[in-house]
Ligand binder design. Structure first.
Ligand code: HEC
Ligand code: CU
Length: 372
């Protein structure tokens, strides 16, 4: 029992719970409204109902099929229910007698067993067909882009093994060419998901799961790690660029630029940045190819190894979409990664006790940002 301070009356436990329940409802309402608004302003969008690949078509088709079937059922049930409530409501002349009961009515029982079974079968058949369709491997001789994907706390490593380079978070593929992801994880379970392009699939330590897709529209698609993987899980974004087959923005042009060794520094400040990069031991965790002194030996790769920085300046974002890629943001990140991404393995005292002053970070940023 509680004493209500304004009225001095004793309030029951029940009314206290109703106050709590009302507050919970308001909070829930706020959360729903905020996420709906967030959905409105999002650009570019991440919408499974606007698929741009064969794989996402399947997910959208299954979603729409289930929505249609369930909507029909809902309308029938709701209409029948409303009709019954109105038609059989209690009237003033009600004599209190029970209406005829249907317990043990054989035809009805058979009907409500068979109809749901048919509905479930109708949903199961396309589901099974589509599961096989999603797993279908590309045919012999069909060109395939193979990308090894490694989920790490809290970013994505992409290894274009056939081409011989690595990149991070921003995946590039070619429109019309089947992409084969070979997904695993270095630490905990993550999940790769670009709603307009792929289904959701776990990246699990010690296992390799494949995923296939073929994008049909050039563009930029946003994704997100979809498996709670620790404190900065929400800052583990994905960007997928689908390049046309031809032209200056073609996939081949992107691959050619990524295969090049890193640009040597051009300005004195960038030169100093490169020296600081080496002095501070950044290449313990980062590779910059083209100079043995900034290269990370492939055998030295560990769980805490960070993104390949050979072409870090060519990315549009850094730290898995946490920051826009600008010179200033690289400097901010290098100076104090922990304040930007809590728990990031860079700047974690267990692996890295190197302190980089603001001014040093700026020199390093001049070097890194030019690595286009
Ligand atoms: C202990 C290993 C480690 C060391 C040492 C380290 N880093 Fe990192 N670095 C990482 C990891 C891990 C990430 C990815 C963080 C994330 O996004 O969660 C990262 C991310 C970055 C990024 C962003 C790259 C991108 O594409 O998102 C830059 C730039 C960077 N580090 C520069 C440096 C510099 C400069 C130094 C030396 C002062 C350094 N790092 C030292 C592990 C390390
Ligand atoms: Cu995650």
């Amino acid at each position: 029992m509680l004493l209500d301070r304004t009225s001095g009356m004793v309030r029951s436990e029940a009314s206290r719970w109703s106050v709590v329940a009302r507050r919970v409802m308001w909070v829930a309402f706020g959360v729903v409204l905020a996420s709906a608004l967030a959905g409105c302003i999002e650009d570019p969008k991440r919408d499974i109902l606007d698929p741009v690949s064969d794989s996402a078509d399947i997910s959208a088709y299954m979603y729409n099929l289930l929505l249609a079937v369930c909507s029909v059922i809902m309308v029938i049930v709701a209409a029948w229910f409303t009709y019954s409530v109105v038609r059989f409501r209690k009237r003033p002349d009600d004599d209190g007698e029970l209406p005829p009961q249907i317990h043990g009515h054989t035809q009805l029982e058979v009907a409500w067993t068979i109809i749901p079974t048919l509905i479930v079968i109708a949903i199961t058949i396309p589901t099974i067909i589509n599961i096989f369709e999603l797993e279908r491997r590309p045919g012999e001789g069909e060109p395939v882009t193979k990308i090894e994907v490694i989920g790490k706390q809290w970013w994505w490593e992409y290894n274009y093994k056939d081409e011989g380079f690595m990149t991070a978070n921003e995946m590039h593929v070619e429109v019309g060419t089947t992409v084969q992801l070979e997904m695993t994880a270095a630490d905990v379970i993550h999940a790769f998901w670009v709603p307009q392009v792929t289904g959701k699939r776990d990246a699990t330590p010690g296992r390799v799961y494949e995923m296939f897709f073929n994008v049909r529209e050039p563009g930029e698609y946003i994704g997100q790690c979809a498996e709670l993987c620790g404190s900065s899980h929400a800052l583990m974004g994905i960007k997928l660029f689908a390049h046309p087959k031809e032209g200056p923005n073609s996939y081949a042009a992107w691959v050619a630029s990524q295969k090049k060794a890193a640009e040597p520094p051009r300005s004195p400040e960038a030169q100093r940045g490169k020296e600081l990069f080496m002095q501070k031991g950044c290449m313990r965790c980062h590779n910059i190819s083209g100079d043995a002194r900034t290269e990370l030996h492939p055998k030295a790769r560990r769980r805490e190894t960070g993104p390949d920085l050979t072409h870090v300046g060519s990315r549009t974002t850094i730290a898995a979409l946490t920051l826009k890629n600008t010179r200033e943001n690289i400097a901010r990140w290098v100076h104090d990664p922990q304040s930007i991404k809590q728990g990031a393995l860079m700047g974690d005292p267990r692996f890295n006790t190197v302190q980089v002053s603001k001014e040093e970070a700026e020199a390093i940023a001049s070097y890194l940002f030019r690595l286009k």
